[in-house]
Ligand binder design. Structure first.
Ligand code: KIV
Length: 261
């Protein structure tokens, strides 16, 4: 059954929350089969799937396309749609952008930073919101850890509390010291989801391409559970060899599937 915001609130301190990103229908289908309770259609799509150097190149139309594909693959999973750069620049623009992602299939919306007026406006308009603080890639100069100096740590703490106060039901903490994430997690009533924020968050999120080993840049806090890029190269090599040697398509043995495509 599809989880709702109150289910994630109830999981805090009781059951660690597993979140993965997805951008396409087949990946979403696999995550639903694996019973991942929440999928984030993140604007990381711009970097890991679209070849941009920054998430700032992602548009709301790109996100609508990917949210739609993920919804078709995972009809029974909670899907968070990420608001891309500047599409949340003021409350009304953010509401219009969020409504587009909700219409495309998202159950809730994530946005970066302590934009409390925007969060409150979305929540008051009936749209559940996930916050995101710590490293916020849309506005960061680089991808280094933040919150190491006391002043910065205090600001992140204030932002986390302000995001909760504005009505967010969950908060992503990205690339901050583990002790800071533990402190924030212990003082908030909403669940925190860490990425590069240590083991004491209420849940963890990974970018699916990082987890699959599909790409060639790995953030220091990611983990490759597979080596999909190597598998792709092996498949392409094998196919090229078989075509060159006129082995394919002779003697194809169908493994699975209906052959209806
Ligand atoms: O866009 C994204 O995928 C994200 C995660 C890294 C949390 O914001």
């Amino acid at each position: 059954m599809k989880r709702q915001p109150h289910d994630f609130l109830a999981m805090k301190t009781v059951h660690p929350i597993t979140m993965l990103t997805a951008y396409t229908c087949p990946v979403a289908r696999a995550l639903e089969r694996a019973k991942i309770p929440v999928i984030l259609v993140g604007d990381t799509v711009g970097m890991v799937e679209m070849g941009f150097d920054s998430t700032r190149d992602v548009t709301i139309a790109h996100m609508e396309y990917h949210v739609g594909a993920v919804r078709r693959g995972a009809p029974n999973t909670h899907i968070i749609g990420d608001l891309p750069y500047l599409t949340d620049k003021d409350p009304d623009t953010a509401l219009h952008s969020a409504e587009r992602l909700i219409s495309a299939g998202a159950d809730s919306i994530k946005l970066e930073g302590a934009k409390t007026d925007v969060i409150a406006h979305l929540v008051n308009s009936g749209i559940p919101v996930v916050g995101h603080t710590g490293l916020t890639p849309q506005t960061a100069q680089n991808f280094k850890q933040v919150g190491k100096v006391e002043q910065e740590a205090q600001q992140i703490k204030r932002d986390a509390h302000a995001i909760q106060q504005a009505g967010a039901f969950m908060l992503v903490l990205e690339h901050i010291p583990y002790s800071l994430a533990a402190d924030i997690t212990g003082h908030l009533s909403i669940p925190t989801i860490g990425i590069g924020a240590g083991p004491d968050c209420d849940g963890q999120v990974l970018v699916i391409n990082d987890a699959l080993g599909l790409g060639d840049y790995w953030p220091p806090f990611s983990k490759q559970y597979a080596h999909a890029s190597d598998t792709l190269v092996n498949v392409a090599n094998a196919f090229r060899d078989e075509v060159t040697q006129r082995v394919f398509p002779i003697n194809i043995i169908p493994l699975t599937g209906t052959g209806s495509r």
